[in-house]
Design a binder for this molecule. Structure first.
Ligand code: GDP
Length: 471
């Protein structure tokens, strides 16, 4: 849980927003002067966020006679005690010199701040909104505290500046795992004959850090050969004389200007391999690699695809919340490609329904074919894995869903859904606030996940959805 303070001139609308967050008529409105109170802290709530709100509006009536003095007291307390400051301006009135002075103070404090442009529904507010950029507090978040507009986006803006801290220490990671449900859409299988419709549209998503990719698969699927081809040198030993160890299990690489760290299990396995013994799939090695990675390339031997172990590995990737991409390797050995492709596509959809829309590419690691297509799929999948949908868009979608296909009644009582928010990325994780989480049928949860996947275009990655009680 964190502490929030609303800072701003009198009459910008702090108390109205305060009341919304606290959910009670506690604060006095700005235009009722003359009443002094102690500064108080109240429990606040904004969708899934729970926090304390400092009642800074109360400070306006104490401490000093001048506007400057009162604002100084309010701002200093906010800077000292709050984890996040909502700096509120009146978009209708525009930016005043006082806004600039105190905006500076907040900015220099280095505290996480959200610039809130209130009264944005008013005529002429747009000019004030744009003017607000010059405060140097980032993009203004337009709201109407009075009419409740822009409040979902305010929630997202707070999360954006606070990061994981917005959710408190003991939330989401644990709970989002609680009821993970996975689902399915069209499989994207890219063969020689099929152009990837998204291939030209390589996402700009780039964390600036090297993209971490693990390459896993059954023994002899061709992992080492693939890595050697990618990296362009004999970094790993393959073939019958294998068994020699390497120093490092991650290899730095670059593809189309993107820095990449490749992690392979082959190197690890050979290190500990007992001479003469048949290679066995080491699940713990695979798990180690999967946990290291953001995107996991799972190498299938196209001549013997969909072995039990292949399916187990995909399952492991999904359970760990990583983004899988299938490489159907040894494509050079395939004669009747059209037929095999159709078969692979059918099997991918049928056998791996938990990650609908999964990207799969045919390659030949040995001949160096299909590597670019494979990497394009990796980047696209990585982008989807990192995708964030705004609370506003989510709830507009949810409204439509609830209107046309509401949750069923269970033992005579209708299940109510209040709202949903995305609380995580990597993979996308959502919380649905509803009346009776325990009574919600899994089929309806799957329906929601499928809808999310389709509407917000999140194919091929695990999607987490957890249910919460709306209190
Ligand atoms: P790993 O155990 O997954 O690392 O597999 P390796 O990379 O050691 O490859 C196993 C065997 O398959 C070796 O004999 C490779 O030469 C062969 N191989 C790997 N990739 C291909 C490919 O794309 N085409 C063909 N024809 N053979 C391959």
């Amino acid at each position: 849980s964190f502490t929030l303070a609303i800072v701003g001139r009198p009459n910008v609308g702090k108390s109205t927003l305060f009341n919304r967050l606290v959910g009670r008529k506690l604060a006095l409105v700005d235009d009722m002067p003359g009443v002094t109170r102690d500064r108080r802290v109240h429990d606040g709530k904004l969708y899934d966020l729970k926090f304390s709100v400092i009642d800074t509006a109360g400070l306006e009536e104490v401490g000093s006679d001048t506007l400057e003095g009162r604002m100084r007291a309010q701002t200093e307390i906010a800077i000292a005690e709050a984890d996040v400051i909502l700096f509120m301006i009146d978009a209708k009135a525009g930016i005043t010199p006082t806004d600039v002075t105190f905006g500076d103070l907040v900015r220099k404090s280095g505290k996480p701040v959200v610039l809130v442009a209130n009264k944005s529904e008013a005529r002429g507010a747009e000019a004030g909104m744009y003017d607000a950029y010059r405060l140097g507090l980032g993009e203004p978040c337009p709201v109407s505290a009075e009419h409740g507009q822009g409040i979902p986006d305010l929630r997202d803006a707070i999360v954006a500046v606070l990061g994981e801290r917005a959710f408190g220490p003991d939330e989401d990671d644990a709970e989002a795992e609680e009821r993970p449900v996975v689902s399915t859409s069209e499989t994207t299988l890219i063969g020689d004959d099929i152009e990837d419709p998204d291939a030209d549209d390589i996402p700009a998503y780039d964390t600036g850090k090297p993209l971490k990719i693990a390459i896993i698969g059954r023994p002899n699927a061709g992992k080492s050969t693939l890595i050697n081809t990618m990296v362009g040198e004999e970094r790993l030993l393959t073939g019958p004389e294998a068994g020699i160890t390497r120093d490092s299990i991650s290899v730095d690489w670059e593809w189309n200007g993107r820095r990449i760290k490749l992690f392979d299990t082959a190197g690890m396995r050979r290190k500990s391999r007992v001479q003469g013994k048949l290679e066995k799939l080491s699940v713990s090695d695979a798990l180690h690699a999967i946990r290291f990675a953001e995107v996991v390339i799972i190498v299938f031997d196209a001549t013997i695809p969909f072995e039990k172990q292949d399916l187990q590995l995909v399952d492991l990737i999904v359970r760990e919340g990583r983004a899988p991409v299938i490489a159907f390797n040894k494509w050079d050995l395939i004669e009747n490609r059209q037929e095999v492709l159709a078969d692979l596509r059918e099997k991918t959809e049928r056998l791996l329904p938990q990650v609908r829309g999964l990207r799969a590419v045919t390659i030949s690691g040995e001949m160096g074919q299909g590597i670019d297509k494979l990497m394009e799929s990796v980047l696209l999948t990585h982008e989807v894995w990192n995708r964030r949908v705004s609370t506003g868009r989510l709830n507009r979608w949810l409204e439509g869903v609830l209107a046309h296909h509401p949750p069923p009644a269970v033992s005579g009582r209708r299940l109510k859904i209040k709202y949903m928010t995305q609380v995580k990325t990597r993979p996308p994780g959502f919380i649905v606030s509803c009346s009776r989480p325990d009574a919600m049928p899994q089929s309806y949860v799957r329906y929601l996940i499928n809808g999310l996947r389709e509407t917000f275009q999140m194919p091929g990655v695990p999607i987490r959805l957890s249910l919460r009680t709306s209190d």
